[in-house]
Ligand binder design. Sequence first.
Ligand code: KIV
Length: 285
Amino acid sequence: MAYSTISSAGADPPPGGPARPVTVLDFARRKKAGEPIVMITGYDALFASLVDAAGVDAILVGDSVVSVLCGEKTTLSATVDQMIYHGRLVCRGAERALVIVDMPFMSYQVSPEQAVRNGGRILKETGAGAVKLEGGADFAPAVEALTRAGIPVMGHLGFTPQSVHALGGHRVQGRAKGALEKLIRDARALESAGAFSVVLELMPERIAEKVTHVLSIPTIGIGAGSHCSGQVLVLHDMLGMNESFEPRFLKRYAELGAEVRSAVSRYAEEVRTGAYPGPEHVHKS
Ligand code: KIV
């Protein structure tokens, strides 16, 4: 099934407007209309409600949760149960944004049947609207099986964090001879298998532009330049909470890491000097 052939009813509300939920059909319409798609990661209900109110189109419950929140060096340890837990939290906080949950390492690589079993659990137990999985043509049968089962799938090409060991580390992809042709083959295979969108991670802008151009489904870039159909960033990175992470593509929209350190050290100082709690914070009777 190709999502790009189905048109959506009604228009999208403006950011922060009425809460008609965003669906996978809106992704196709957005690409056709040339309207950029805004995606951001989310791992819990509180942040999900904040980014939803800010008007993002989609919240990705990325398996990056295990690095960003749990301190792991890679995403490989993420489990289906963890993704379901965080997916459920995000769905509680999101009213309008489409919630997409990552399928973790080894939850879909074994067979299309395994993919459907785990993808089905994720949709059933979280309330999310779609799943994302990494990889190209090799995983087209899994994407096809999921799509046939009514589970919308977002693909993920370029730097695929679950293959960090095979790729030799965090490296920009698509530069090698023949890499563009392979990316295009992979992207087309995902589209033909029914993926409604594809994340393009860490690749030169001109490569992402070409992949975007040959697809009718939208591409969502991260470190892939300005010609993708939309962008995604890891929320905690763009808020400046992960202060040691400074890749070229990242723009920090806040410096919450510094804010948190400053606020907590002021609190510590005031507790130690007796300035907190003040009379205004005390129940007198
Ligand atoms: O897990 C994640 O957060 C992701 C994004 C970086 C696209 O896959």
